[in-house]
Write a protein that binds this ligand. Structure first.
Ligand code: G1P
Length: 281
């Protein structure tokens, strides 16, 4: 299986922070968001990964590129622990970078990966969203895909006020946390939402999704929406949702960004430092 990580948006909600720096490069604990996402795919057993970026996002590619000068400097200084961290990053996966030339939405970004994906099933992980849990969200989806041989994506309960921020899904419960999807709507007003189950940003698709993406006209926000293509797919093929019980952080909102930094720091090697800081507040 391959993975596609869309990371091409302008991050307008985070300006001025994202003027010169992609939001996917914003740090969470001690690494950029995009590294958390790539590591999730790798932990799920996926090593062929395409990152869809924009022309303004060179630093994402640079983060994963070997840096001879830095490496030789670290070596000469005897900083072998740091060197090891950098080298691990160079070899993390077979990464391909695809530029989305126009900002035409998430559906269009996924379409840019059609040639890379070919006929394989593939995972999609939104590059500005961190998911943590056991099993990791993508691994859970890959296992369910293998069992059901059908496209599947993760969801979580949202509030009525939040439906306007998510793809919302309804269907028929067919197992613990599993639903056969009947209807998907991108960012509906609360009164139009078919349920309170929101799409989280982790998916595993059969390559048939490309046929539906190509048939999809601009939808919510004037963009080609992945959710609309999924809705079209659901009319001709089984597609499932899975309620993920772990945590999800949308690194496109200040609240989730702060929260991710604090909560994930507590689970990291820096927990003691954080406790000391908090004690002094
Ligand atoms: C995208 C998807 C939406 C999903 C959301 C999760 O929207 O289009 O269906 O619920 O991610 O964060 P975006 O947040 O990119 O506007």
């Amino acid at each position: 299986m391959k993975a596609v990580i869309p990371a091409a948006g302008f991050g307008t909600r985070f300006l001025p922070l994202t003027k010169a720096q992609p939001k996917e490069m914003l740090p969470v604990v001690n690494k950029p968001t995009i590294q958390w996402v790539v590591e999730e795919a790798v932990d799920a057993g996926i090593t062929d990964i395409a990152i869809i970026t924009g022309e303004h996002k060179q630093s994402i590619e640079d983060h994963f590129k070997p840096t001879k000068k830095l490496e030789s400097t670290l070596e000469n200084l005897g900083k072998f622990e740091e060197l090891e961290k950098i080298r691990k990053l160079n070899d993390i996966a077979n990464l391909e970078f695809i530029i989305q030339k126009e900002q035409k939405g998430l559906g269009h970004a996924i379409l840019c990966a059609e040639e890379f994906v070919g006929d394989c099933p593939f995972a999609v992980l939104l590059g500005d969203t961190i998911c943590v849990g056991n099993p990791n969200c993508t691994k859970g989806l890959v296992d369910l895909f293998t069992e059901k041989q059908a496209s599947i994506f993760s969801v979580e309960e949202v509030t009525l006020e939040e439906t306007k921020r998510y793809g919302i899904v309804s269907g028929e419960k067919v197992g613990e946390g599993i639903m056969l999807v009947k209807d998907l709507v991108e960012k509906p007003n609360p009164e139009d939402a078919p349920s309170l189950l929101g799409i989280q940003g982790r998916y595993v698709f059969k390559s048939d999704i490309f046929t539906h993406l190509k048939m999809t006209n601009s939808g919510s926000g004037g963009e080609i929406q992945l959710t609309d293509a999924m809705n079209s797919l659901s009319k001709v093929q089984q597609i499932y949702s899975w309620t993920f019980n772990g945590k999800r952080y949308d690194i496109g909102t200040m609240k989730d960004w702060f929260q991710s930094h604090i909560e994930l720091s507590f689970e990291s090697e820096f927990s003691q430092v954080l406790k000391e800081v908090i004690k002094k507040l």
